[in-house]
Write a protein that binds this ligand. Structure first.
Ligand code: GUN
Length: 284
C-alpha cells in the first residue's frame, strides 16, 4: 500500500491565512525585516519568498541586502538599529553568512524578543525548559505536519535523524514536550538504519540526499523529510530531493512528506506566526 502524502503546501496556506486573519482582527501590522549578506542564489530565492509571503499576509516586509564584503561590525550595527526600530517586530538574518562573519555573534546580537528564527540562546534555552518563546520555524512545521497524522503524539516512538541547533535539537525538544519518546540519531549512531526502523515517527534532518532507504522505515510509520538537497538528474539539470528516498519510502511508510511541498512551505508559514507573536508582545 502506498503512503498518505502529507500536503505541506495546503497546511502552510491554512496557517498563513489564519495568521493574516488574526493580525487583522487585532488591528496590528506585524513587521518582518530580512537581512541577506552576499549573492548566494539559493538564499536570494528563500529571502524573496519570505518577503513576498510576508506582504501577501498583510504584514510589513522589508529586506536589507548587504554585499559579500560587508564587515561583521557593519552587520552588527544594522542588527542593533533594527533592534531599536519599533516598526520592526521580527528580524531574520539569512544563513549561511560569509566566512569572515561569526553567525553565533550575529544571532546573539538580535533582540531575543525579535528573534523570529528562534536561534538566540535565550530562545533555545526557554524551549529546553518549556517556557514560552520564539520557536525555530522548521521544527514547528515538522510538529504541525506530524500532528495531521497523529493529533496526539503521546507515547509515540519518535526518532530524529540529525542533531543540528536549527532543526534536530529543537525538533527533539518539541517532541519531548508533546510526550513522545524521543531518540536523537546522527552520523555517529551505531546501527543507524535499525534505530530509524524502530520509529513510529521519523524526522529526517541530516542534509544527505536520499540517505533514508525503504528498510530504514517501520511499516506504517510517519516520515517527515526536512532535507532539501539539489542533485544532478543525469540530463544536465538538477532536481530537489529530500533526505529520504521518497519513491521507495512511500511504499512502506504510512504517511510521508514530499520534497518539495512538505516541510519547506511550513517554514515560512511558521515564520509569519512567529512574527505575529513578536508583534503581539511588542504592542502589548
Ligand atoms: N537559511 C536556511 N534556512 C534558514 C532559516 O530558517 N533561517 C535563516 N536565518 N537562515 C536560513
Amino acid at each position: 500500500m502506498s503512503a498518505t502524502i502529507i500536503d505541506g503546501k495546503l497546511l502552510a496556506e491554512t496557517i498563513r491565512q489564519r495568521v493574516a486573519d488574526e493580525a487583522k482582527r487585532l488591528g496590528i501590522t506585524p513587521g518582518l525585516t530580512v537581512v541577506i549578506v552576499g549573492e548566494d542564489p539559493a538564499s536570494q530565492v528563500y529571502v524573496r519568498n519570505k518577503v513576498k509571503q510576508t506582504e501577501a499576509a498583510g504584514f510589513h516586509g522589508s529586506e536589507h541586502r548587504l554585499p559579500e564584503s560587508t564587515s561583521e561590525a557593519n552587520l552588527l550595527k544594522l542588527v542593533q538599529t533594527l533592534n531599536n526600530d519599533p516598526s520592526v517586530h521580527g528580524i531574520l538574518v539569512q544563513l549561511p553568512l560569509p566566512d569572515h562573519i561569526d553567525p553565533d555573534l550575529v544571532i546573539r546580537t538580535i533582540d531575543p524578543a525579535k528573534d523570529v528564527d528562534g536561534f538566540h540562546p535565550i530562545n533555545a534555552g526557554k524551549l529546553a525548559v518549556g517556557q514560552d518563546s520564539l520557536v525555530p520555524c522548521t521544527p514547528q512545521g515538522c510538529i504541525l505536519l506530524a500532528k495531521t497524522v497523529h493529533p496526539d503524539l503521546t507515547g509515540l516512538n519518535a526518532v530524529v535523524l540529525g542533531r543540528s541547533n536549527i532543526v534536530g535539537k529543537p525538533v527533539a525538544q518539541l517532541l519531548i514536550q508533546e510526550s513522545a519518546t524521543v531518540t536523537v540519531a546522527h552520523s555517529k549512531t551505531q546501527d543507524l538504519s535499525d534505530v530509524c526502523a524502530r520509529a513510529d515517527l521519523l524526522v529526517a534532518a541530516v542534509g544527505r540526499a536520499e540517505l533514508v532507504k525503504r528498510h530504514w522505515i517501520k511499516p506504517g510509520a510517519t516520515v517527515i523529510d526536512v532535507g532539501i538537497n539539489r542533485v544532478a538528474d543525469g540530463l544536465g539539470k538538477s532536481r530537489l530531493v529530500g533526505d529520504v528516498a521518497f519513491n521507495e519510502a512511500k511504499e512502506i511508510a504510512g504517511a510521508i512528506t514530499p520534497v518539495p511541498g512538505g516541510v519547506g512551505p511550513m517554514t515560512i508559514a511558521c515564520l509569519l506566526a512567529n512574527t505575529l507573536k513578536a508583534a503581539c508582545w511588542a504592542e502589548g
